[in-house]
Design a protein around this ligand. Structure first.
Ligand code: SAM
Length: 240
């Protein structure tokens, strides 16, 4: 559907923008470790969206938990290398929406994910900057291959976001969430020229911490504009 291209694109953007991304990645890691520190049990930490590993404090989590499950649709070289050298790291190839195979056939009826919900060894779940990504590739694919309208993309985007939040809410153990909340475009002077929800206007619950991710500094997209993602992170995601 285009996931490999998307991941390679993120990886290239990361390589071009290590410095501007550093503070966001550090804030994300800090929040994940705060969540880990609050856990009553230290068996398994399950991380959704960990295929690139940029924001995952892997060594520290290995020091705190018996097992780390990195779950993603695909894994880039650093995650594969890490898992080869450490048997306590498991790479789980997983579609967290549980719906991609039907979406690939143009069926937009979603299936509610249930993976790991019945696994008592899971001590902590982390959703790592994946929420605003869940609809990007499916919507582009459905628009191109099935003529999906903007309104339908909006609705599917909202449903995928709500389904992921409901999935996280269904875990009995603590959950940490890091997610883009808004996309902000700035001009050369730094003034905001446009702001849009990164989640098709689905609101996140109150609380957590908010910070800005300089995802596209001046020059990344064009010389006159930069893009910032406003991120919200919860070390203890409030459930239902
Ligand atoms: C923006 S990246 C997340 C950032 C990542 N935590 C890092 O290292 O920087 C989004 C990740 O979500 C994954 N992803 C997107 N949709 C997914 C799905 N339906 N199931 C599992 N992973 C998915 C992508 O493969 C990608 O690795």
């Amino acid at each position: 559907m285009g996931y490999l291209r998307e991941c390679v694109g993120i990886e290239s953007r990361y390589r071009r923008n290590r410095k501007p991304w550093a503070s966001h990645l550090e804030q994300s890691r800090k929040l994940m470790l705060e969540a880990a520190g609050q856990c009553d049990t230290r068996d398994t930490v399950l991380i959704f969206g960990a295929g690139l590993l940029h924001d995952i404090p892997l060594a520290e989590l290995l020091g705190m938990f018996r097992r780390v499950i990195l779950a993603d649709l695909l894994f880039m070289t650093p995650a594969r290398h890490a898992a080869q050298g450490e048997e306590r790291i498991e790479l789980a190839t997983l579609d967290v929406t549980a719906s991609l195979s039907s979406l690939a056939e143009g069926n937009t009826e979603l299936t509610q994910p249930t993976a790991y919900l019945d696994d008592p060894s899971i001590s902590l779940v982390i959703s790592a900057s994946i929420l605003s990504q869940l609809f990007v590739v499916p919507n582009a694919y459905l628009e191109k291959n099935f003529g999906q309208s903007d309104a339908e993309s909006e609705r599917l985007g909202q449903e995928l976001v709500r389904a992921h939040l409901a999935y996280l809410g269904a875990f009995e153990c603590p959950v940490a969430l890091v997610a883009d909340e808004a996309h902000i475009i700035r001009d050369r002077s730094g003034a905001e020229t446009a702001t849009a929800s990164a989640l098709h206007d689905v609101a996140l619950p109150p609380g957590g911490k908010s910070w800005d991710w300089d995802i596209c500094p001046l020059g990344e997209i064009d010389r006159d504009h930069s893009v910032v993602h406003r991120v919200r992170g919860y070390a203890d995601f409030p459930k239902g």
